[in-house]
Ligand binder design. Structure first.
Ligand SMILES: [Mn+2]
Length: 355
């Protein structure tokens, strides 16, 4: 934690402090989850302000380099530190604090707010590069997903509804150790698979359906994300052809994942391959995104993003082709950018599975 806080201190001007108000960034800097509170990072100290509900748990678990303070009035408690350390300027998460909250803070806190400092984006840049500990948590979340998916396969048969499968997958994810779902499970079949973010319905599985599952687990705050498309009974020639194109696009994109390449290189690799078969207009989303404390983080893996890939980034690779009123295919796994290239964080086979 100290390492992360020190990195933030490097961007603080003398006499200023960062007031972290979002739950996710407070978790990032303290490794303590709470639905309310604040973290003040000054040149000399880090203070986690929590109310009665969280105080005792935080004192037990938070790293000793962070002082835990119990508050009844948050701004009064913050002001006490500001006065003690003679803090003149405060920076806040510009993409998180609402106008109403900002008005309150300006009125109640005894320091000036620097409004042109892009703190949200700076922290997001720090969060893009995962530590070994963060990578381990993501890998554990992925292991939970894979174990659950293997169990789920036993329930796939004609007549079972999409909703029932989503429920079974959720059950498995939680039994296998997920603290919660990474996002609402996508469990869709047949024509519904042409909807990239379709919602599970009462539709029952039929012979010859494609079935798409997009899901993930959260473990110790960190998310996993994977998508598999499988066929029930048989797959038509067109289904097999589209599946192969998506699978090859996925493989080609993964080869573009290495330090010094741009996010746009990865996206273009998948996109141009899909376009070369005439399916360009049926791949309408980006090839991937960062994953970590949130399911969607920087960097966006899209053809307009010239962010350079760096070791420690975890991104998804998830090309797809969606043919309206017919079917869709998406194959998604998370990749870790390493010194020499990439590590595929998934161990579930990507070849077409016909059950
Ligand atoms: Mn994803």
């Amino acid at each position: 934690m100290l390492n992360r806080i020190d990195k933030l201190r490097e961007i603080l001007l003398s006499g200023s402090a960062a007031l972290i108000l979002s739950d996710v960034n407070r978790l990032y800097y303290s490794d303590f989850k709470s639905s309310a509170g604040a973290l003040l990072i000054t040149e000399h100290s880090a203070i986690l302000f929590l109310d009665f509900r969280y105080y005792e748990a935080a004192v037990r678990s938070v790293d000793r380099s962070i002082n835990v303070v119990r508050y009844s009035n948050l701004t009064e408690s913050i002001n006490a530190i500001i006065n003690k350390e003679s803090i003149k300027n405060i920076i806040i998460e510009d993409e998180f604090v609402t106008i109403a909250r900002f008005d309150n803070l300006k009125n109640e806190i005894n320091a000036e707010f620097t409004t042109d400092f892009k703190l949200s984006s700076k922290i997001m840049d720090f969060r893009m590069i995962k530590s070994d500990d963060e990578i381990e948590r993501i890998k554990t979340a992925q292991k939970i997903s894979e174990k659950s998916y293997k169990e789920l396969l036993n329930y796939i048969k004609v007549g079972v509804s999409e909703k029932r499968l989503a429920l079974e997958l959720e059950h498995q994810l939680k039994i296998n150790g997920a603290e919660r779902l990474a996002f609402d499970i996508i469990s869709i079949s047949g024509k519904n698979t042409s909807l990239p973010h379709g919602v599970p319905s009462e539709k029952e599985l039929c012979d010859g359906d494609f079935i798409t599952f997009d899901f993930g687990a959260v473990y110790d705050g960190y998310h996993s994300d994977m998508t598999r498309t499988i066929a029930l009974g048989y797959a038509s020639d067109e289904m097999k052809e589209v599946y192969d194109i998506v699978l090859n696009a996925h493989k080609i994109a993964s080869k573009a994942i290495k330090p010094s390449k741009w996010c746009s290189d990865v996206d273009k690799a998948a996109r141009e391959y899909i376009r070369s078969f005439g399916y360009g207009e049926y791949f309408g989303h980006s090839t991937g995104h960062g994953v970590g404390l949130e399911i969607h983080e920087k960097p966006t893996v899209y053809h307009t993003n010239n962010q350079i890939l760096k070791p420690g980034m975890v991104i998804t690779n998830e090309p797809g082709i969606y043919l309206p009123d017919k079917f869709g295919v998406r194959i998604e796994d998370m990749y870790l950018v390493t010194e020499n290239g990439f590590e595929d964080l998934a161990f579930i086979d990507k070849e077409l599975l016909i059950i």
